[in-house]
Write a protein that binds this ligand. Structure first.
Ligand code: ZN
Length: 151
C-alpha cells in the first residue's frame, strides 16, 4: 500500500545524501539568501532566467537540516528548464499544501514529486525547513535585497 510517510523518509534521505543542483551558479541573473532561525537552516539560491522567462538553470548552496536540503533539491529539480509561470503555479500549490490541515490530502496532480513533502506536517516545527527554499526563490525572483527569513 502506498504510504506517504515511507515515501517521505525515502525521498528525504535520497535528496539529503545526494542533493540535486547543488553548488554555485556564476554568473546568474537572480540570487538570494534565506535563513530559518528556528532551525538554523541557511540557503543561497541562484537562478539563470532568460529573456523568454525560462529558468535555464537553478542551483543552491547552504547548510541546513535534511528537510531544508531535500526540499531545495526537489524544488530545483522541479523548476529547472521551466517557465516562470510554472514557478508561480508550484509556489501556490506548495504554499497551499504547507498551510492546509494535517488531514487534507496533498494535491498530487498539482505538486508532482513535491507532494511527498506533505509528510513534514507530522512535525509542525519543521514546516519552515521545507518552505525556506520557496521563500528564498521568491526573494531572488523579485530581486528583494533583504535575505528571506521564515519568521
Ligand atoms: Zn531545518
Amino acid at each position: 500500500m502506498f504510504s506517504l510517510g515511507d515515501l517521505y523518509k525515502e525521498v528525504i534521505i535520497d535528496h539529503t545524501k545526494s542533493p540535486r543542483n547543488f553548488g554555485k551558479l556564476d554568473p546568474c541573473s537572480h540570487d538570494a539568501e534565506g535563513f530559518n532561525p528556528l532551525c538554523g537552516d541557511q540557503l543561497h539560491i541562484y537562478l539563470q532566467i532568460n529573456a523568454d522567462n525560462i529558468i535555464e538553470d537553478i542551483k543552491f548552496e547552504g547548510q541546513g537540516c535534511s528537510i531544508s536540503t531535500a526540499s531545495a533539491s526537489l524544488m530545483t529539480q522541479a523548476l529547472k528548464g521551466k517557465p516562470l509561470s510554472e514557478y508561480e503555479r508550484l509556489f501556490e500549490a506548495f504554499h497551499a499544501m504547507a498551510t492546509a490541515g494535517m488531514e487534507e490530502e496533498p494535491d498530487q496532480e498539482a505538486l508532482g514529486k513535491l507532494a511527498v513533502l506533505a509528510g513534514v506536517k507530522e512535525f509542525p516545527s519543521r514546516i519552515k525547513c521545507a518552505t525556506l527554499c520557496w521563500h528564498t526563490i521568491k526573494s531572488a525572483i523579485e530581486h528583494d535585497d533583504q535575505p528571506a527569513i521564515t519568521e
